[in-house]
Design a protein around this ligand. Structure first.
Ligand code: MN3
Length: 253
């Protein structure tokens, strides 16, 4: 397969350090899942990635208007603010998004760190989230390996869904629930705001890991259709989880 030269260079740069490699693995998986073009977008200047399905594709579980506002406006704003912050920070702008998020604890300007944390996290989390979804008819099933790991960690797929749903429902205010691989094992975690499992030094070490699935439980993700009923949104979300992508991420973790 032909790889454009700029992507070869990006891969080479990304593989420069072991820490950086760990930080970008899911982004590599993301590229493998889709196209090299998507992978290239996860560098400065950042671009709002196109959805791989129409806004209405996830109905009735997630409605088209919510998807449109969530993607175009909310995610769009994170991208805009992230670029605006990096316009003035050439050294940070050179990093891949995975490297940037994994090294935020060493950004000493606290205002800049907060801007990158909220908007860089927002961009990564939403890019990951869109790719975690698929129309219900093509959502697939978990691989044998992922199913076995879920059974081992949680007892069964249903028990996993219950535990994950509880973590998502209990997240106070805005944030995310995650299924991560941590020390070779699956674990359910949750982060506030736009934090994510790569932000070492910023989120508790017990919440770090390589994400397999992430669920956005900000009100903007469900309020138009579900109003205050976050548990109903969580329940409906399982219908549009892209298990093929989750299985690939698990295999790469
Ligand atoms: Mn969101």
């Amino acid at each position: 397969m032909d790889t454009p030269l700029h992507l070869q260079r990006r891969q080479f740069v990304k593989l420069g350090t072991l820490a950086a490699t760990a930080a970008i693995l899911p982004i590599t998986a993301r590229g493998a899942d889709e196209s090299s073009k998507k992978d290239a977008e996860l560098g400065y200047p950042y671009k709002l990635p196109d959805l791989l399905y129409p806004f209405a594709a996830l109905e009735p579980h997630i409605d088209a208007k919510t998807m449109e506002i969530h993607h175009d406006k909310h995610h769009g704003t994170y991208v805009k603010n992230l670029n605006a912050a990096l316009d003035k920070e050439p050294d940070l702008a050179k990093k891949s998004l995975g490297e940037l998020l994994g090294g935020l604890d060493s950004v000493s300007d606290t205002a800049l760190q907060a801007t990158l944390r909220n908007n860089g996290g927002g961009h990564w989390n939403h890019s990951f989230f869109w790719n975690s979804l698929a129309p219900a008819a093509s959502a697939g099933t978990a691989s044998k390996e992922l199913t076995e790991a879920i059974n081992k960690a949680f007892g069964s797929l249903d028990a996993f869904k219950t535990a994950f749903g509880e973590a998502a429902a209990k997240r106070f205010g805005s944030g995310w629930a995650w299924l991560v691989v941590q020390d070779g094992k699956l674990k359910i975690t949750s982060t506030a705001n736009q934090d994510n499992p790569y932000m070492k030094g910023l989120v508790p070490a017990t919440d770090l890991g390589t994400p397999v699935l992430g669920l956005d439980v900000w009100e903007h993700a469900y309020y138009l259709n579900y109003q205050n009923r976050r548990p109903d949104y969580i329940k409906a979300w399982w219908n549009v989880v892209n298990w093929d992508v989750a299985s690939k991420r698990f295999a790469n973790a």
